[in-house]
Design a protein. Sequence first.
Length: 166
Amino acid sequence: MTVTAHEPTTTASTTALDPRTLVTSEVFGKLVDYFAADRHVTRVYAERAVEQFLVFLKAHADTVGNEDFGMLLPDGSIGRVVPTLPVDAVWHSVLQHTVPYNAACEQIAGSFVHHIPILTEGMMDGTAVTFTLAALHATGYRVDMEFWHGEAESCCPPGEPDFTGK
């Protein structure tokens, strides 16, 4: 099989579920519209990127309560799944439009999913992506590997933000 920009790579199963079914078509359309406009990307790319963001939210929802899945973070909590930069770009765009974002969170995770930027050793050494890929594939939804190559990176600098203006 030849992979092109319009033919996403899927999970090992050829019967992977369509990520668009995770939310209503209205919510999907709004998320795509906002992302495409915010990042100046084609509609085809925006649809694929939003699909992967929705699979990411599903993987988060499926693993957040599972203490046997994930990795220990410096604060003692368990890190579950992390986005790559292309998926995080979707997250940042759709967070600006809280009504459809909240609807997607409610439909997939049952509640609002907060964006908490962190940078861990597991993100830097690739361990976090290994956990994330396992969680993505376990959802049963189509995973487009073009969006999951590389390391997870923090969208924000490590450490606490300095709001003092110093």
